[in-house]
Design a protein around this ligand. Structure first.
Ligand SMILES: NC(=O)c1ccc[n+]([C@@H]2O[C@H](COP(=O)([O-])OP(=O)(O)OC[C@H]3O[C@@H](n4cnc5c(N)ncnc54)[C@H](OP(=O)(O)O)[C@@H]3O)[C@@H](O)[C@H]2O)c1
Length: 434
């Protein structure tokens, strides 16, 4: 059967991993497909000086991505550039020229994925994006096909490997976030500007995509309540452990009576849950289905090879479609049409909370804080204080019984004005019901 032609734009981490797999694993790929995937042309800003795997044979190179999207021998274009401007142009131009597209771009697909899919339907081509969330975990395939017969009630994820690496190293080594982050940057695990990872924006884009697949709603990432991990300190792990918990940056989507509640934020999770054992740069997704109940997916969230596997597998799926024909294509969002998401504020939820304070020690502090909690009808559960020498910055923790998040926020805002606090209280939900 005739080869399927592939063009690749972007030869960075993911692009080079993809090329390596296409070259080294060509035999297996051909056996599985019954025809060859043939890389015809590649593009990057330094494509002219790049060393490409020899096994790929003769491959054209260009600095101009438009030559890839218009190349007559290319059936599928892989966009592995990132960002939302050039990448969007690449996908739109490729689709406009009747090419199917494969992308690893969560940011772009989170923002414009449904529009791109509409364009692809009109052009009669496909869009595949397995690599865009949780790199090496085939979670799109699971939600789109594997468990599409179920009704998803909740989805929890550890979706950002960098922040999970930082949190779990802090936990293991007892070091401050800044020290672990600096080391992660030195080792190349974290970007020079770590904001997308540690402020939760990367996980937010991924949650928007997964929630669209799981719940059929078109979600604007900025509608997702998002908090990062910057304020977590090593002492929070000590307190969390005392409470039988640990801390993770948790991406959560829950179908409630009011609607779909979405959040990305650090949370205390029981040490006994399967999510607590997700360490280092690994990712995990836990799906709770109405009929099939719990399923759990775990693997590398990033890296040239795990992400490259996702890209190559997408290329194979789309190539099969091209060669064997499949008019009933499944939307990359798992739903024929996405509904418009009506954001439900997280403040409508009821949660137990962990409140951590640092104060200048003096009598009456607990009474003042307890007074504010009582005023907001919040029941105090426990007060914990680990030994501390420095009387000018004494940490302690109050946990509260499940309470309305709105009330907890109002209490925290009022507490923040108290003169004995040396910083605003740190409030984290305790996800005891996972
Ligand atoms: N890194 C991961 O593990 C991972 C995991 C999952 C998803 N992703 C996603 O995969 C995508 C790529 O990430 P990456 O880590 O591979 O990025 P990267 O290492 O920065 O690579 C980007 C590539 O795009 C090329 N490029 C930039 N502008 C271009 C243009 N105008 N025309 C042609 N090529 C251009 C760059 O060329 P030069 O090298 O010549 O500058 C580089 O080869 C992003 O959407 C990212 O979110 C990455």
């Amino acid at each position: 059967m005739e080869d399927v032609g592939v063009g690749i734009v972007g030869l960075g981490n993911v692009g080079s991993g993809t090329l390596t797999i296409l070259a080294e694993n060509a035999g297996q790929i051909t056996l599985k497909l019954g025809f060859r995937l043939c890389v015809k042309i590649v593009s990057s800003l330094d494509a002219d000086t790049r060393t490409l795997p020899e096994a790929l044979g003769a491959v054209e190179r260009t600095l101009d991505w438009r030559r890839v999207t218009t190349h007559p021998g290319v059936d599928i274009v892989a966009e592995l550039v990132g960002g939302t401007t050039v990448a969007r142009e690449i996908l739109e131009t490729a689709i406009g020229h009747g090419k199917s597209v494969v992308t690893a771009n969560k940011e772009l697909m989170g923002l414009h994925g449904p529009d791109l899919w509409d364009k692809a339907i009109q052009a009669g081509v496909n869009v595949a994006m397995e690599a865009s969330v949780a790199g090496g975990i085939p979670i799109h395939a699971v939600l789109r096909e594997g468990i599409s017969g179920d009704r998803v009630e909740a989805l929890y994820g550890i979706l950002n490997g960098t922040s999970n690496f930082i949190l779990t190293e802090m936990e293991k080594r007892g070091e401050a976030l800044e020290a672990v982050l600096a080391e992660a940057q030195r080792l190349g695990y974290a970007e020079a500007d770590p904001s997308a990872d540690i402020d939760g924006f990367d996980a937010r884009s991924k949650l928007a995509i997964l929630s669209a697949l799981a719940f059929g709603e078109r979600i604007t990432p900025s509608d997702i309540y998002t908090e990062g991990i910057r304020r977590i300190s090593q002492m929070d792990f000590q307190y969390a452990h005392r409470l039988g918990h640990t801390i993770r940056l948790l991406a959560a989507a829950r179908l409630t009576r009011a609607g779909l509640v979405l959040s990305v934020r650090p949370a205390l999770i029981p040490q006994s849950t399967i999510l607590a054992s997700v360490r280092g740069s690994y990712n995990a997704v836990w799906v709770k289905g109405h009929y099939g109940e719990d399923t759990f997916y775990y693997g590398r969230g990033a890296g040239p090879r795990p992400t490259g596997v996702a890209v190559v597998s997408d290329l194979m799926r789309v190539a099969r479609e091209i060669r064997y024909g499949n008019p009933e294509r499944v939307s990359p969002f798992a739903h024929e049409r996405l509904g418009e998401y009506d954001p439900i504020p997280v403040t409508r939820q009821t949660r137990a909370y962990y409140l951590r304070f640092r104060v200048v020690d003096r009598p009456g502090i607990i009474a003042a804080l307890a007074g504010i909690l009582a005023e907001k009808h919040i029941s105090l559960d426990a007060v914990l204080q680990l030994p501390c020498e420095d009387k000018k910055a004494v940490p302690f923790v109050i946990t509260v019984e499940p309470s309305s998040e709105q009330a907890v926020r109002e209490a925290v805002a009022k507490m923040s004005g108290l003169d004995f606090l040396i910083e605003p209280p740190l409030a984290m939900p305790m996800e005891t019901g996972l």
